[in-house]
Unconditional design. Structure first.
Length: 346
């Protein structure tokens, strides 16, 4: 309930700069985590612009709503972000990746909407800029992972560095994906039980929807290995070895979840093939029945057509038992046709 309330404030309560939330992390102060607004953030950034003090480990996290018209303007005026960050916002490439831009990191992470309902359209992008003193996250739709991170920060979970904040976000997203995988697994188990019980219902459409969601998630969430490898080989000077190792571990968790998604896709594919085989079997059975009925009706249709001609010389027209003779002939041919049809079926 607290997470839902927090999301509601973030969706509609951003300030005049489009800032949804902002936090200042400072281990050396009496208040390690402090919420800030856009004006306080601008003042702090102006005071620490170009400030290099190894003893001062304070940093700030600002989370923006890109749907707000002033968000990008405020970032351009006060945040001092790399030009690559703004290019990434507009390039239209939404694949998950982390790359280095000068002295900062630019990350693109895809996440599910807060009100995720297993629709492929319920996936949006979170753009991240990570520097030694500032982390900026920006999104257009409310996302689960970043709101879960906000809740953790408000509960007192204070990262020690900007890289650790990024690593926390990736781990939270991995947890969200694990829950999605578990939910999909539960739904697939239910569909499989119904399939084994012979209740076909509309499972093909349900399986297709789940498979589309998993394919889209896997395509968007799979990190680019080359970019990540280059980053971890030559990290920025302000990133410690322990932070780089934690970031590597977080990406490995991502890989495990993505492998689970691939296994679920294969399972769904096998279930779809099984359902298709059952449908084909039912269609073949119906087609066989229709064929048998057609074959059995063939003798009587032929005889009716022949004896219904308005011409002279129709046999047995004057015979007193002519009707029963024709019934016997039709019954005999029908029995022979039925025997041949069922013999072929066997």
């Amino acid at each position: 309930m607290a997470l839902l309330q927090d999301w509601t404030i973030g969706a509609y309560g951003s300030d005049e700069a489009g800032l949804i939330c902002g936090y200042l992390f400072d281990d050396g102060s009496a208040q390690p985590v402090r919420a800030v607004d856009s004006s306080q953030a601008a003042t702090w950034l102006a005071q620490h612009a170009g400030h290099e003090d190894a003893e001062d480990r304070a940093f700030m996290w600002l989370h923006f709503n890109l749907s707000h018209a002033q968000a990008e303007r405020w970032l351009t005026r006060h945040a001092g972000l790399s030009d690559l960050f703004y290019e990434t916002l507009k390039d239209g490439l939404h694949s998950t990746r982390i790359e280095r831009a000068d002295d900062s990191l630019i990350a693109v992470i895809n996440d599910v909407h807060f009100d995720f309902s297993f629709e492929p359209s319920d996936i949006s992008t979170l753009w991240i800029s990570v520097g030694p003193r500032l982390v900026v996250t920006a999104r257009s739709q409310p996302l689960r992972s970043v709101d879960a991170l906000r809740t953790a920060v408000k509960a007192g979970d204070a990262p020690r560095s900007t890289t650790e904040l990024l690593e926390h976000l990736m781990r939270v997203q991995a947890d969200v994906l694990v829950r999605i995988v578990r939910d999909v697994t539960t739904r697939i188990d239910t569909i499989e039980d119904e399939l084994l019980a012979g209740r076909l219902d509309h499972k093909r459409a349900r399986l297709g929807m789940l498979r589309r969601v998993l394919v889209r998630l896997q395509r968007l969430l799979a990190p680019e290995p080359a970019a990540l490898f280059r980053l971890l080989q030559t990290p920025p000077h302000w990133m410690s070895e322990s932070d780089a190792q934690q970031l590597r571990a977080a990406t490995e968790e991502f890989s495990v979840v993505l492998r689970d998604m691939g296994a679920l896709q294969e399972r769904i594919k096998l279930l779809q093939e099984e359902i298709a085989a059952n449908v084909n079997e039912d269609n073949n059975r119906s087609l066989f029945v229709l064929t048998v009925v057609t074959v059995l009706a063939l003798p009587i249709n032929i005889m009716a057509g022949l004896f219904g001609m308005n011409v002279g010389g129709i046999p047995l027209a004057e015979h007193k038992h002519g009707f029963w003779i024709l019934v016997g002939v039709v019954a005999t041919f029908t029995a022979v046709a039925a025997w041949l049809a069922f013999r072929k079926k066997r």
